[in-house]
Design a protein around this ligand. Structure first.
Ligand code: 5GP
Ligand code: ZN
Length: 112
């Protein structure tokens, strides 16, 4: 079964920042910035490329939760970046939708 479904069900441990009814926010196992948190829906959605109109509510909740991550990790003043990698060119490696929330240092733009 899917890795992030297992994390959502606590079958695989993770460093949880917070949990809501439909989603989980936890620290990335291989952080790319001082703060690197992933926000996932508990529902299995493969990626943004597979999302449909019926997913609009949970997609909205993921963004609101990303803002909560920034607030709880002290990033609102300094700034933060929200990223969704989708497909091969974006380097998506886990095929369960996840939002990266990154911050705690200046982030280069454009990304590599
Ligand atoms: P993607 O490359 O698909 O956008 O991001 C997948 C992210 O999941 C990567 O940043 C990777 O470090 C993270 N990741 C992969 N496996 C695990 C795991 O078992 N636990 C946690 N906390 N993060 C993971
Ligand atoms: Zn899944």
């Amino acid at each position: 079964m899917c890795l992030f479904c297992k994390i959502a069900k606590k079958e695989i441990p993770s460093k949880v920042l917070f949990e809501e009814e439909d989603l989980l926010a936890f620290h990335d196992i291989n952080p790319m910035a001082p703060i690197h948190v992933l926000v996932i829906p508990k529902q299995h959605i493969v990626g943004l490329g597979e999302a449909v109109a019926e997913n609009a509510e949970v997609l909205g909740k993921l963004l609101v939760a990303s803002r909560r991550v920034a607030e709880e990790t002290g990033l609102v003043q300094s700034g933060f970046r929200v990223v969704v990698n989708n497909g091969p060119h974006a380097g998506q490696s886990v095929f369960h939708l996840h939002v990266h929330v990154l911050g705690g240092r200046p982030l280069a733009w454009p990304p590599g």
